[in-house]
Ligand binder design. Structure first.
Ligand code: ZN
Length: 223
């Protein structure tokens, strides 16, 4: 065991118990807990019409919610390793990388990036790229924040219709399938908008991988 491992042992992201390797993802006890989704990968979902297969790893509640808040808002960046390991196992088990030529991520706004200094979806996406051997590319950007400034005066429906993303100019021609990574799935509007842009740019399909969702209507079988 190296010194770094002695000082910073790999821990279960949910209960904090020491595990042999972060490649395991979590401890055996948590693996048995009712925190994982099952079978969100197969088939198109009505809430996500532009996504071919969805890989949603965890139910956004309890221990999972706590650990995701620590990852997203409290700077516990080490959690990216076990989260990526678990998500990778899930995608690989369902052949979700099949025919994917690229992995990309949902971008954060530049103001949020300034506060946190990183995009946690991109970190997970880059780790999935390293684990799967599929190249990572940034295809998308958040639109100018001036557009957002006006949204305060709009109704909820109008706000929902405002397009928040655009393709990076260097990537208006994409070949092959794309795996799109985001952290938490709520309404699905972000994944839908981003996947529509990727498909319009030529992607043959878009699979999506997210760490967690509070939705109960994903996939055929929900734990
Ligand atoms: Zn645990």
């Amino acid at each position: 065991m190296n010194v770094r491992k002695l000082l910073f042992p790999d821990k279960c992201p949910f209960c904090g118990k020491i595990i042999h390797s972060h490649t395991l993802g979590c401890c055996e006890d948590c693996r048995e807990k009712d925190i994982f989704y099952e079978n969100t990968g197969s088939g198109e979902l009505s809430v996500l019409p532009h996504i071919l297969n969805l890989y949603c790893l965890l139910h956004y509640e309890g221990l999972v919610k706590d650990s995701l808040i620590r990852y997203k808002f409290q700077g516990e960046n080490w959690l990216a390793n076990p989260f990526a390991a678990l998500l990778h196992q899930y995608i690989a088990k369902d052949n979700g990388y099949h025919f994917c030529a690229w992995i990309t991520s949902v971008p954060v706004s530049s103001s949020r990036f300034k506060v946190r200094g990183y995009n946690q979806s991109e970190i997970i996406a880059r780790k999935l790229s390293a684990l799967s051997g599929i190249p990572y590319a940034d295809f998308l950007a958040r639109k100018d924040t001036k557009v957002h400034a006006q949204t305060g005066k709009m109704s909820r429906t109008e706000r929902y219709q405002v397009k928040k993303f655009e393709l990076l100019p260097s990537h208006n021609s994409i070949q092959g399938g794309v795996l799109l990574v985001d952290d938490i799935l709520t309404t699905g509007s972000t994944l839908n908008e981003c996947s529509e842009l990727l498909l319009n740019a030529g992607a043959s399909f878009v699979n999506a991988a997210v760490l967690a969702s509070g939705r109960k209507d994903l996939g055929g079988v929900c734990a």
